[in-house]
Write a protein that binds this ligand. Structure first.
Ligand code: ATP
Ligand code: MG
Length: 594
């Protein structure tokens, strides 16, 4: 992990203020850390924690990470970096279904791609919550022993019915007051596979009349015969997320447990549980504290794993890394950069108010970083032939194109000019519209980095489609030579030599959804509809473009600005050596602006 400090972003981040205050009050000055996660005894035998704070990024390995996760990654890893702390990468894999190694690998890839790692102070802070199952079982047993949990054998329907409502207290379960011994026996039987899936649950014993529904004896363990990717068939009971997560934080001695707003109502249970376990001597103070921030909502995409899985499984896209998807794997193939995501997350800040961020803000961030990072190249996307009739045949000459207008130190490269060139179809108009300053019969234009040419006419096929444009060049006007300014022209067009061009597959991607809020509203009754109905049918166009020769040697994932067109990246998946395929990352300007 880089030790470079990120500057405090301009947009506000209220969690920074909380951490600054905690540190100024020396909240964690005596907190011990034993070098690995564990209970109170384990950590008390350790040393004072060298990490000033501990945060964690806790994805469930049940899908690929998306742009929303990038916000959480920059927040958690970024805070740790800025405050001399440590951020753990923790796989929250307590739910046996839907989790897989493929997802685990894709997540570690994405975190590293964004520039973060989990090696700190000679330790690897990469953890799997499923390694804490033994402790969780012990913690649940301890709750029972202290009268804080009971096995409930009501049906799911009965439990739901007795939960009460926001205005009405819940009803206590007939099993609520069974003896501690009986509860211990039943819970052990649950673990030993003596009871059917769903036949009973372990519940925390708190308060069925609490105004907070989450405090009305929440379920903390269920019977579920399911194979787990890490623990196999060792367990047939699994902890509920709300029980598991605070324990994971405490075992890892997290100081600031940062999550999205929907968990705000869980905070009282989070604190209740950890206090109970600390009181029983299982966990050490200071206990972790939960803080909530507003999740990222982005227009024109869906950021829900369920919907992303649907898009992939029903083959609306080519896979998890389809460049149109808002997954980090897709964004990467699209040519988005980690630095662009960093700029984006700094710019949108961190707050407690839910809001929608316009997709253009993300695109503008990518344009901004790519404008600085990407070298310029020439590409003709919709080619038509231009013949310079007074230019000698079977010869060519060097022209010099700057690699980066803002970075003269990157020098110039050679592009070949010859008698036949590819130009953009739209750069010629037989009958020019008003304000058209490019090629038109009798008109003059500069071939960028080359000569001024005068258009002499065009050829058409039987259907009247233009097939070839003709021109003559003015020999004294070559860019970079003394006489280049002798003839003034208003237009300037790009081109590549037919004899030297690299004909490449180029994918022009556009937004996957044509509506800002896919699936939301617009029913007669204002209700939601299927988000799939909002898929943009024209989200990708595959073309054969004529590119300048040097692009044939582009490295995988090398990014360029194709002059006048936008930013493009050599696709890391479909390119073969000497035959790169290019994906359009983003156009130079926003075409969606109304
Ligand atoms: P989904 O709801 O799509 O399934 P999730 O929140 O369940 O996503 P997790 O794997 O649990 O996915 O998320 C890991 C972390 O990323 C969590 O701490 C979560 O708060 C955070 N996160 C997920 N989505 C967003 C988002 N849109 N904006 C910010 N943070 C997010
Ligand atoms: Mg989740």
């Amino acid at each position: 992990m880089s030790s470079e400090k990120t500057p405090i972003p301009a947009a506000s981040n209220f969690i920074r203020a909380i951490i600054e205050k905690d540190l100024s009050l020396n909240q964690f000055a005596t907190k011990k850390w034993a070098g690995s996660p564990g209970d109170a005894t384990h950590h008390e035998a350790g040393v004072v924690d060298a990490a000033k704070i501990r945060t964690r990024f806790p994805p469930e390995p049940n899908g690929y990470l998306h742009i929303g996760h990038a916000k959480s990654i920059f927040l958690n890893f970024g805070l740790a970096r800025d405050f001399d702390g440590v951020c753990h990468l923790r796989f929250d894999d307590t739910n046996p279904e839907k989790e897989s190694q493929e997802y685990v690998d894709s997540i570690t890839d994405a975190v590293q791609w964004l520039g973060f790692g989990w090696e700190n102070h000679g330790e690897s802070n990469l953890y799997f919550a499923s390694n804490y199952f033994d402790f969780m079982y012990r913690a649940a047993t301890s709750l029972i022993e202290h009268g804080y949990a009971y096995v409930d054998e009501q049906s799911a329907d009965e439990m739901r019915a007795s939960r009460g409502t926001l205005t009405e207290a819940g009803k206590e379960s007939p099993f609520r007051n069974r003896s501690i011994t009986e509860n211990l026996v039943r819970f052990r039987e649950m673990r030993d596979g003596k009871h059917a899936d769903g036949s009973m649950v372990l519940r925390a014993k708190i308060d069925m009349a609490s105004p907070n529904m989450n405090m009305r004896d929440p379920a903390i363990y269920r019977v579920r015969r399911a194979h787990h990717h890490n623990t196999g068939d060792q367990w047939c009971i699994y902890p509920m997320y709300t029980f598991a997560h605070p324990i994971e934080d405490a075992l890892e001695r997290i100081t600031h447990s940062i999550c999205t707003l929907e968990f705000e109502d869980q905070r009282p249970f989070y604190d209740w549980l950890l206090e109970c376990l600390a009181e029983a001597g299982l966990l050490a103070h200071p206990l972790p504290k939960q803080y909530e921030f507003a999740r990222l909502n982005l227009t024109y995409v869906v950021l829900s794993k369920r919907k992303l899985i649907q898009l992939v499984e029903e083959k609306h896209v080519s896979g998890w890394d389809d460049p149109r998807l808002p997954t980090l794997a897709g964004a990467r193939r699209r040519g988005y950069t980690a630095s662009g995501f960093k700029l984006f997350t700094d710019r949108i800040g961190v707050s407690k108010a839910d809001s929608w961020i316009e997709y253009t803000i993300l695109e503008d961030c990518m344009r901004e970083v790519l404008n600085i990072e990407a070298q310029r190249r020439i590409a003709v996307l919709d080619p038509i032939r231009l013949v310079i009739d007074n230019y000698p045949e079977a010869t060519s000459e060097d022209c010099f194109a700057p690699n980066h207008p803002l970075k003269p130190e990157l020098g110039k490269r050679t592009v070949q000019l010859s008698r036949e060139l590819w130009i953009e179809r739209e750069d010629f108009m037989e009958v020019p519209s008003k304000g058209f300053f490019r090629l038109t019969p009798g008109g003059m234009v500069r071939l960028r980095y080359g000569y001024v040419v005068k258009c002499t006419g065009c050829e058409k096929d039987a259907d009247g489609n233009i097939t070839v444009v003709h021109c003559e060049y003015l020999p004294d006007t070559k860019s970079g030579t003394l006489g280049s300014d002798s003839v003034k022209v208003k237009g300037n067009i790009h081109w590549v030599s037919v004899a030297h061009a690299y004909a490449a597959e180029v994918r022009l991607y556009d937004r996957l959804f044509k509506e800002a809020h896919p699936g939301e509203g617009r029913q007669a009754d204002g209700g939601d509809h299927d988000f799939l109905a909002d898929i943009n049918p024209d989200s990708v166009k595959v073309i054969t473009a004529q590119l300048e020769q040097s692009l044939q040697n582009a490295a995988l994932e090398e990014r360029f600005q194709f002059e006048r067109h936008g930013y493009f990246v050599a696709d890391k998946k479909d390119s073969v050596s000497g035959k790169p395929v290019f994906n359009r990352t983003v156009t130079l300007r926003d075409a969606w602006q109304k």
